[in-house]
Design a protein around this ligand. Structure first.
Ligand SMILES: [Zn+2]
Length: 248
């Protein structure tokens, strides 16, 4: 196989041996791929320290299908996003987006996911401090939609009836949607009042929503992810992020 160039964002980067790094890349056309960057940790490496999480660039590699680890032969920097690493909540939010992609990784092309992930990182890089928490929630829910797990918020899971904006619903984490007031009493779920449901809908559209009880939003996100994206295993970045938000 020949050399190919792939639009990529680095999801993860860790040392391998004394001189090399292994990267997990989200690519525009080849899904998530693992590559080894030989010599990346040498003092005068041609990569010059740019192979860090959230860096955007064009990765050149010898792609051998059927292999788990490809060999990187070059990385042309487009955008480093170093600002994300200098702020705990921004870093935590970006790590959450990255971990969601890694946990659901495939080698299939998913250009919309790639674009949404990059837009998300840029949004977290640029968000004003006052809207940062809302931005992290919005980018996370939006990405969840691109991963194919968007919660059903318009109609009742049980009877299918469209729910009016002012109606009090319940949210069933395991089933991934809401129930109307008539169907709610006979089924599992937690109250999702109209304002919280509206906030969730708007967050999924990447709107910045003024949030009063953010703890409830994090709890809902954590419970939803446990059922639909990560199958019970904790997301390290979510725990980190919640600790960073508490400290902020
Ligand atoms: Zn119903």
């Amino acid at each position: 196989m020949g050399l190919i160039s792939l639009d990529s964002v680095i999801l993860q980067s860790f040392a391998y041996s004394e001189t090399s790094k292994i990267l997990r890349l989200l690519t525009r056309t080849h899904g998530v791929r693992s590559v080894i960057a030989k010599g990346a940790l040498r003092p005068r490496s041609r990569y010059g320290g740019i192979l860090e999480p959230f860096t955007d660039g064009v990765a050149t590699l010898h792609l051998k299908e059927g292999r788990d680890l490809q060999t990187l032969s070059g990385f042309e920097l487009r955008r480093s996003r170093q600002g994300l690493g200098r702020h705990l909540v921004r870093f935590g939010g970006a790590s959450l987006l990255g971990e969601l992609v890694l946990r659901t990784a495939s080698e299939e092309a998913h250009p919309e996911l790639f674009d949404a992930f990059r837009r998300g990182l840029d949004a977290l890089d640029r968000a004003a401090d006052a809207e940062l928490e809302s931005a992290v929630l919005a980018e996370a829910w939006h990405l969840i939609g691109h991963l194919g797990f968007a919660p059903a918020l318009d109609a009742c899971l049980a009877c299918g009836r469209a729910v009016e904006p002012e109606e009090a619903t319940t949210f069933d984490h395991a089933a991934g949607g809401i129930r109307c007031p008539e169907c709610a009493p006979s089924a599992p779920g937690r109250p999702l009042p109209p304002h919280a449901r509206e906030a969730l809908v708007r967050l999924g559209r990447r709107e910045r929503v003024p949030l009063e009880r953010t703890a409830a939003h994090w709890q809902l996100l954590r419970r939803f992810l446990a059922h639909h994206v990560i199958e019970g295993r904790e997301l390290r970045s979510l725990a980190f992020l919640e600790a960073a938000l508490t400290a902020a």
